[in-house]
Design a protein around this ligand. Structure first.
Ligand code: KG4
Ligand code: ZN
Length: 338
């Protein structure tokens, strides 16, 4: 049968990304990050929206050029409808709409969270795809969810955070230690040199499959303040051990809930996605769980775990096959039904 070329656009937060897929294979996946937020210690929505406006045209053109096709070859355009920052979503959404009208090809609105989960279906040499049903753990700076995935179009959130996302727990802890934003990767780096049991932090008590991370942040803040009052060099002298202990506690929190999800559903295939799944401790722990608990775990290529348009494209492709098209009055949504 004929090849399907999908152009995908992602602009939900602070990365402007465009990808071109041929069926379920990625031909190009361009991501333009935004340095402007670093000095503010977090994403500034107004600056993000402005940077998307500057980046969107060159990023899309680069994706099409790198894919080695022309706009006329495209069969459909998929874009992130939400959830995300409204000003950011609108840039990608309006661009996708105008281009689909201009080229007279279908427009497909995609849920960003579902795309993080279905990124595992991108066809890549050396990567196994999960089979349905599976449990997806989505962990990033904005989200923390456990989802039961029964098919491409049938998913149910069975657990989520009641306050901060896992990525925020990493970033806010890093900030307490005086590390620059985003601190998650730095905690990971120092943790590899430290003792994870050096400073035992307590895990929050949250019912069922839900998470809470704001208490951990407060606990770390009080702990560090107390120690620094006793010894002003406490952080520098113990950075590796502090980071290892924080990371270890976060991993235990995630693993406890995954074990419960497996017990409740009987499903032992686990996938992870979202920026925090880059964390080496989480990756190692999940790999170990294969022999320890008999799970099968799926850890995607790094470029498909953080925000990227290829994951929007793979969901677009599967929707195209079902002819699930959006009308041109489709609206971007900061919050969106799953
Ligand atoms: O998915 P993502 O790129 O953007 C969204 O939030 O949607 O995730 C970014 C988050 C940040 O909180 C960052 O600190 C965290 O992922 N992160 C990590 C690591 N790499 C990125 N956290 C812990 N360890 C890492 N290696
Ligand atoms: Zn994301």
């Amino acid at each position: 049968s004929e090849n399907i070329y999908t152009l995908a656009i992602e602009s939900s937060c602070d990365d402007t990304s465009a990808a071109v897929l041929c069926n379920d294979k990625v031909l190009s996946n361009i991501v333009a990050g935004q340095k402007v937020h670093e000095e503010y210690g977090g994403v500034v929505p107004e600056l993000a929206s402005r940077a998307h406006q500057q980046n969107i045209v060159p990023v899309v053109e680069m994706a099409i050029k790198k894919a080695g096709i022309s706009k006329e070859n495209l069969n459909c355009i998929a874009f992130t409808q939400g959830p995300g920052l409204m000003g950011s979503l609108l840039v990608g959404g309006s661009f996708a709409k105008s281009l689909s009208l201009g080229l007279n090809i279908p427009l497909i609105a995609i849920n960003h969270m579902k795309a993080h989960i279905l990124a595992h279906f991108i066809d890549e040499d050396g990567y196994d795809k999960p089979t349905f049903p599976f449990i997806a753990l989505t962990i990033s700076g904005g989200h923390t969810q456990i989802v039961k995935v029964s098919s491409f179009f049938d998913m149910e959130i069975i657990g989520e955070t009641t306050d901060d996302a896992v990525g925020e727990a990493f970033d806010k802890s890093a900030k307490i230690l005086g590390l620059p934003y985003p601190g998650g990767p730095l905690i990971d780096k120092y943790a590899q040199l430290g003792n994870p049991k050096a400073f035992p932090f307590t895990k929050p008590k949250v019912d069922g499959l839900n998470f809470s991370f704001s208490g951990l942040k407060t606990q770390i803040l009080y702990f560090v303040q107390k120690k620094v009052a006793e010894n002003e060099n406490f952080i520098v002298e113990n950075l590796n051990d502090i980071c290892a202990s924080i990371q270890y506690t976060i991993i235990q929190i995630l693993m406890d809930k995954l074990k419960l999800a497996v017990a409740e559903t009987g499903i032992t295939q686990i996938t992870i996605g979202g920026g925090v799944s880059a964390n080496s401790g989480i990756r190692n722990t999940l790999k170990e769980a294969e022999t320890k608990y008999g799970w099968k775990t799926y850890i995607p290529k790094f470029e498909y775990t953080t925000d990227n348009a290829a994951m929007i494209g793979i969901v677009g492709y599967y929707n195209f096959l079902e002819e699930n098209f959006s009308t041109s009055d489709v609206v971007s949504k900061a919050r969106i039904e799953f």
